[in-house]
Design a protein around this ligand. Structure first.
Ligand SMILES: [Zn+2]
Length: 219
């Protein structure tokens, strides 16, 4: 894809089409450079957004370019970009199954699906923080330095990525894992991977894909 704007809009539309957000929910962003972040404006449906609707903000959350308003949830994105230099994109959405886990105070941090373990690792639950206040980014502080996916209690989910495609796919995977685990729980008891399974998986990841999983993401 050509431009940052084109790319971000493509994933805004996918987030809405896949019902990871409804109405005006959610926000997506990417890092343009060390001065500017491209982000969706406040109060707009992600399925209807066009390239010119996107706004540019600085790392303090001040608007640099664009017509729309800066979302109060920009704080989530700013925290991720400030704390993690390898993160270049953020997706915040309210997908049904992931949000349902967050409503009952459950994280997705059990070793169940090997492919989720390799791509996202532990998905922690951030304790409830009032939307639009500093409580929200503060609730992410215990996990922001290591997690690629986080559930926000009584609210939704956040994924971080090396680029916007990566952040979007992590959201898709997180939601799919939450849905699959929910269905499995209604059928019976889920078999969790044991320590031997996990050690073999980490070794296979290292040998086959050259993926070395951060200590904090391991089970
Ligand atoms: Zn939200």
């Amino acid at each position: 894809m050509n431009s940052h704007r084109e790319e971000l809009i493509y994933y805004c539309h996918k987030v809405y089409e896949n019902k990871f957000v409804t109405a005006y929910d959610g926000n997506l962003s990417l890092r343009i450079d060390d001065q500017r972040i491209l982000i969706t404006p406040s109060g707009r449906n992600k399925g209807e957004l066009r390239e010119n609707d996107l706004i540019e903000i600085d790392y303090n959350g001040n608007k640099i370019l664009g017509e729309g308003k800066v979302t109060t949830e920009a704080k989530i994105h700013l925290l991720a970009f400030q704390k993690r230099f390898e993160v270049n994109a953020v997706v915040h959405a309210h997908p049904t199954y992931a949000t349902a886990f967050a409503l009952v105070g459950r994280s997705l941090d059990e070793p169940i699906l090997p492919e989720v373990i390799l791509s996202l690792g532990k998905i922690p639950l951030c304790r409830y923080g009032t939307p639009s206040t500093e409580e929200l980014p503060n609730s992410m502080l215990p996990h922001i330095n290591y997690a690629w996916g986080m559930l926000l209690e009584n609210h939704g989910a956040v994924t971080l990525g090396k680029n916007i495609k990566d952040a979007y796919f992590k959201m898709e995977k997180l939601e799919h894992a939450a849905q699959t685990i929910s269905v499995a729980r209604s059928l019976g008891t889920i078999r969790k991977l044991n320590n031997t399974d996990l050690q073999k998986l980490y070794k296979a990841a290292d040998d086959t894909y050259g993926i070395s999983i951060k200590k904090e993401l391991r089970f």
